[in-house]
Design a binder for this molecule. Structure first.
Ligand SMILES: Cc1cc2nc3c(=O)[nH]c(=O)nc-3n(C[C@H](O)[C@H](O)[C@H](O)COP(=O)(O)O)c2cc1C
Length: 162
């Protein structure tokens, strides 16, 4: 029985280690740009961020999970999930993250993800956060972005971190 429990513990530890590897590409020793992002299970923003030459930290999928505290400058990438009329555009997981004062203090800019089908509400979440947190809206891209979007954002991040 105790061998089984030990096996289960080892399996759980390995699962946590793998989860940390896939969701947290930060390295405290690096001076490279840091992108913190939310991406739902559709994963468009995740696919975009993965292509950047930057460290990244994915916010928890579930709102009840604890939001991380980021103690260094970062850029936030956020998709919009609006209701008709534009309310509720900012995912609650991002609201929870930005409710922490330290996280707002380290925010250097916002990258908007969205879909131009939503017309004037394209990337509304990023626009709202930029205004509310007094941070520049650095860039907007559709879905998982194009190669040109990746190149443009990489260039912008390099300049911001110089
Ligand atoms: C219910 C719903 C509402 C959305 N509302 C907007 C919107 O108001 N503006 C916008 O630009 N994109 C909107 N989108 C598009 C998403 O922002 C887009 O698909 C994004 O790439 C999702 O990112 P993710 O896959 O990383 O979660 C909406 C998508 C869904 C499913």
């Amino acid at each position: 029985m105790s061998a089984l429990i030990a096996d289960l513990r080892r399996a759980a530890a390995e699962r946590d280690r793998l989860a940390a590897e896939t969701t947290d590409r930060t390295s405290p020793s690096s001076g490279d740009p840091l992108v913190v992002y939310f991406s739902s299970i559709s994963g468009n923003t995740h696919k975009f961020v993965e292509k950047l030459s930057a460290r990244s930290l994915r916010l928890p999928l579930r709102t009840h999970e604890e939001a991380p505290v980021v103690r260094e400058p970062y850029v936030l990438a956020v998709p919009t999930y609006g209701r008709p009329g534009g309310s509720g555009a900012v995912p609650p997981q991002v609201v929870k993250f930005l409710n922490l004062e330290e996280n707002r203090r380290q925010l250097r800019g916002v990258l908007g993800a969205g879909n131009t089908n939503f017309g004037e509400h394209f990337c509304l979440a990023a626009q709202k956060i930029a205004v509310k947190c007094d941070a520049p809206l650095l860039y907007r891209f559709e879905l998982m972005g194009t190669e040109q979007d990746v190149a443009n954002v990489n260039e912008g991040l390099m300049k911001l971190w110089q």
